[in-house]
Write a protein that binds this ligand. Structure first.
Ligand SMILES: [Mn+2]
Length: 434
């Protein structure tokens, strides 16, 4: 499988070498930023000049603003595989490195795990794909840390090609496995409060948090990284019990245990924390901070962590506010919000840690646009659910667009048809799962 993908990668590397200047456009989420970091670090080492920008979406309007010079190579990372029609409008050479299902195979040099028979939703992220390219292009084994960040950001499994990358990264020492449930590198008490993966419901609930800590006999003022093996084990066990008592997706514990990594070469060595810092900087539009600290510049660390803290607090407040507003559909649960600053992360946490037995849809009505995100899990996928297809069809049924992965997808459309859209999503999910 990897041999086939490698052929596409060789073609892409040849294409990069043929150009004098690389114009990179990457998606603004964690996987997109990690992909960009890998590409940029690999290009810097080869003295290939580039310019990097981040995009929230790829459509005709956005493509119209791309003004690449003749001889430039326009590279799209973590986006493009579903945008063949739009990409045709770019004059000049285009390379797409993406892992979204190529429903609309673009007519350009195109690297995508699916073209090599690899499941891009679960077993290889865009950052992982970009890393395979960097690895073939030069001495870039250290960039495996960002392949892991991309996989974490997209909630992938450490199986298949991700596992191959991880095994090599461990043997070269660029990635190390951490113990137990992953928690942020900060005081225990704060780490438990701010955690959203797992979400523990401790934020704004200090009494319960203090009781929890005294029950398990761990000092909340101690730093997570200073805990001894025994304290760490007691803390992990306590967290697992708490997760299982809430209506969390049962696969969550095993999943978390396989997602605890240390990245000795990076300025933020805690992989979960680095992924979340990058995510929050991306969501706040502070791409320079995310890229700066990912390039090893310590001066961006404090800023990045401050942004991350306030982002987590805003998200946690939103979660508490929304918990009681969830509506029961026929086959799904949903929330309709007005002008919420976030949809995807909210849908992720609510669906994983409180309402895991049905697809969970968040519809966010803004002034000129409705943004919606839906989340499922592997158990629902086993019943036949493909949320990427659901959102494509439901989005188009109300005059908008949609798509994504089987466990997580999104759609956007013009305001006014929210209820019709929710009904369509509900109906399509029902059809697939029965
Ligand atoms: Mn991605």
């Amino acid at each position: 499988m990897l041999e086939i993908l490698n052929e596409y990668i060789k073609e892409a590397i040849g294409y990069i070498r043929k150009h004098k200047f690389i114009r990179i456009f990457s998606h603004y989420d964690t996987d997109g930023i990690a992909s960009a970091v890998i590409m940029v670090r690999a290009l810097l080492r080869k003295n290939i000049p580039f310019h990097l920008s981040f995009l929230k979406r790829l459509d005709r309007e956005v493509v119209g603003t791309i003004d690449a010079d003749e001889g430039d190579l326009v590279v799209f990372l973590d986006m493009g595989s579903g945008h063949g029609e739009v990409l045709k409008e770019i004059e000049g050479d285009v390379l797409v490195i993406d892992h979204h299902y190529p429903r609309d195979n673009p007519k350009c040099v195109h690297v995508n795990p699916y073209l090599g028979g690899i499941d891009g939703a679960i077993e290889l992220s865009s950052a992982g794909t970009t890393y395979l390219l960097a690895r073939m292009m030069g001495d870039n084994l250290d960039l495996s840390s960002f392949a892991i960040i991309g996989a974490l950001g997209d909630k992938q499994k450490m199986s298949g090609v991700n596992k191959i990358i991880l095994d090599e990264a461990e043997s070269t020492g660029y990635v190390r496995k951490g113990e137990g449930i992953p928690l942020y590198s900060m005081k225990v008490k704060e780490a438990l409060e701010l955690s959203t993966e797992p979400y523990l419901g401790f934020y704004g609930n200090e009494e319960e948090l203090d009781a929890f800590l005294s029950r398990i006999g761990v000092d909340g003022e101690k730093s997570v990284d200073e805990l001894d093996t025994d304290e760490r084990r007691r803390l992990s066990n306590g967290i697992v019990l708490r997760i299982l008592k809430r209506n969390s997706f049962e696969g969550v514990v095993d999943e978390l245990m396989t997602r605890n990594f240390v990245l000795p070469g990076e300025v933020i060595q805690n992989a979960t924390m680095l992924a979340d810092v990058i995510n929050s900087c991306g969501r706040m539009g502070l791409y320079g901070v995310a890229v700066g600290l990912s390039l090893g510049d310590r001066k961006y660390c404090k800023k990045g962590i401050d942004v991350f803290r306030s982002f987590q607090i805003k998200l946690l407040e939103k979660i508490r506010e929304c918990e009681d507003k969830v509506v029961e559909g026929q086959n799904i649960r949903y929330l309709i919000l007005n002008n919420s600053y976030t949809t995807g992360p909210l849908a992720t946490v609510l669906s994983r840690y409180m309402f895991s037995d049905r697809p969970f849809l968040v519809v966010n009505v803004k002034k000129n646009i409705v943004k919606s995100s839906v989340r499922g899990n592997l158990k629902l996928v086993e019943k036949g659910l493909d949320l990427g297809l659901v959102m494509k069809e439901a989005g188009e049924s109300v005059g908008g667009t949609g798509g994504g992965h089987n466990v997580a997808a999104a759609a956007t459309f013009e305001p006014g048809r929210e209820l019709e859209f929710v009904k369509k999503v509900d109906e399509l999910c029902g059809k697939m799962m029965n």
